[in-house]
Design a protein around this ligand. Structure first.
Ligand code: NAD
Length: 469
């Protein structure tokens, strides 16, 4: 059986234990992924620390060129990586699936490669000049989730490397293989020690985030783990970028043409089978439009081919793991037992963690499927009587990653959008992230932003050179 190793200082690391990774669509084995020991974590941090001295001295232009070469390696291996993602994570090759994920990796690498943070004169008078430089922090610990395993790892590692940091990355224990392969490939164009990996579950993650020689933590995952990481960081005082869970509301403004927005709403909710941080997880529709919105979404849901994502005709794949599969089933079961209208669509294969595309009507705030992050293909649709109530509902939870407002014109949506509490409020689209546009949560969805110039600043520290004239 094929084994997949970690890479430290540019070399594969021999592991003493491994875990078998199974395809969530078929149950087939994909191979054995290494599990790191605490000693491995320490070795990786030391390698990153040693490499960082030289890497921080490399000229900015050379670092830009190196990152551009990383983008090329990702492009050259895009089909190989996309197939690995589909086999390991489940999202289909087609549609907004694994090919789309790899192309996002390319884009989110090319953009930081082309950006630079120039020194900024923050004050100047006859007596003095003060210039703010952005210098690397040092060693960045990156902890990634399983839903978009390569894309989110790229978001964490590329800005860090671009700005002269080195990285120790831990992929999720559910999806290590594609990430370990991606790191092996891009290490071909990086100096040894600039990008290292460790793998394993939360214990190994905790050994990394509490390591005394870490200078920054990039974390994407659940709120519960985020809180543990904040505690762990008291060991090293590392600043943290925390991208946590969401429970994004979408509000359809009264009188909106349901057929015009149905496709945007559908993929806003069911992208990656709903296993996306910034997916629509509760939909608020005016009582007069409720039937037409449900009809338009049902029409789309009926047409969606569900099955193994290696078949290019399929657009909806399995859930990634049993824990998530059981959680979604439990939340839908709870709604059903409370008398909600559960509408299920699609022929679900017998193998794997497949669930039907599910719309749940006749449901209110306070029910578990509305209030808890389902992270799966079950969308609650809540009727409202007036917009003020919908806005209050949208803002009522502690999660505040994204939100969206849907209307016949942006002008109609904007006053509503301005009232929503979220890191990003989209109008007539949802989850439409862009590598130049800062992205991050408000309230319990975390703090700090990624992407664009703000994302680069987040992996640097300010250094002021103050000159007496
Ligand atoms: P998770 O918190 O269970 O795991 C995330 C990562 O943290 C994994 O690599 C895991 O091994 C590691 N980990 C677990 N315990 C740890 C500890 N004590 N110390 C250090 N690391 C530890 O999350 P998940 O189930 O993989 O991901 C799903 C969650 O992530 C959802 O809530 C989703 O909304 C959120 N998410 C957020 C964003 C965003 O950008 N805001 C993006 C994707 C996913």
């Amino acid at each position: 059986m094929q084994t997949y190793s970690n890479l430290v200082n540019g070399k594969p690391v021999e592991a003493t234990s491994h875990q078998e990774i199974l395809n969530p669509a078929t149950g087939d084995s994909l191979g054995l992924a290494a599990i790191s020991s605490e000693q491995d974590v320490n070795d990786a941090v030391i390698a990153a620390r040693n490499a960082q001295k030289d890497w921080s001295r490399v000229s900015d232009q050379e670092r830009q060129e190196t990152v551009a070469r990383v983008a090329q390696v990702l492009q050259d291996n895009s089909e190989y990586l996309a197939e690995l993602i589909t086999r390991e994570q489940g999202k289909p090759l087609s549609g907004p699936g694994s090919r789309f994920e790899v192309q996002a990796c390319v884009g989110w690498t090319q953009v930081p490669a082309a950006l630079a943070l120039a020194p900024e004169t923050v004050h100047e008078d006859e007596e003095r000049k003060d210039v703010l430089h952005r210098v690397p922090l040092g060693v960045v610990a990156a902890i990634a989730p399983w839903n978009w395993p390569l894309m989110i790892a790229i978001w964490q590692i590329i800005p860090a490397i671009r700005m002269g940091n080195t990285v120790v990355l831990k992929p999720s224990e559910y999806t290590p293989i594609a990430t370990l392969e991606m790191v092996r490939l891009i290490n071909q164009v990086l100096p040894p020690g600039v990008l290292n990996t460790i793998s394993g579950d939360g214990r190994i993650g905790a050994a990394l985030t509490s390591h005394p020689d870490i200078d920054k933590i990039m974390f994407t995952g659940s709120e519960a783990t985020g809180r543990r990481i904040i505690e762990a960081s008291s060991r090293n005082l590392a600043p943290i970028t925390l991208e946590l869970g969401g429970n994004d509301p979408a509000i359809v403004v009264p009188g909106t043409d349901a057929t015009a927005i149905a496709e945007g709403l559908f993929w806003g909710a069911f992208l990656n089978m709903g296993q996306t941080c910034a997916c629509i997880k509760r939909l608020y529709v005016h009582e007069n439009d409720y039937d037409s919105v449900i009809a338009a979404l049902s029409d789309l849901a009926r047409q969606m081919p569900i099955g193994d994502g290696m078949n290019e005709n399929n657009l909806i794949g399995p859930l990634q793991n049993k824990m998530q599969y059981n959680k979604v089933k439990e939340l839908v079961g709870d709604a059903r037992s409370n008398g909600c209208d559960v509408m299920e669509f699609g022929d679900v294969p017998d193998t794997g963690y497949f669930l039907p595309v599910t719309l749940v009507g006749n449901i209110q705030d306070g029910q578990r499927l509305v209030d808890e992050e389902q992270f799966g293909p079950a969308l609650p649709i809540v009727r409202y009587k007036n917009l003020d109530d919908a806005v209050a509902s949208a803002n009522s939870l502690s999660a505040a990653l994204g939100a969206s407002v849907w209307a016949n014109s942006p002008e109609e949506a904007e006053p509503v959008a301005m009232r929503l509490e979220a890191g990003t409020v989209w109008i007539n689209q949802h989850g439409a992230i862009h590598p130049m546009v800062p992205f991050g949560g408000n309230k319990a969805s975390g703090y700090g932003v990624e992407f664009g110039l703000e994302g680069l600043k987040a992996v640097t520290q300010p250094r002021v050179i103050s000159i007496k004239k």
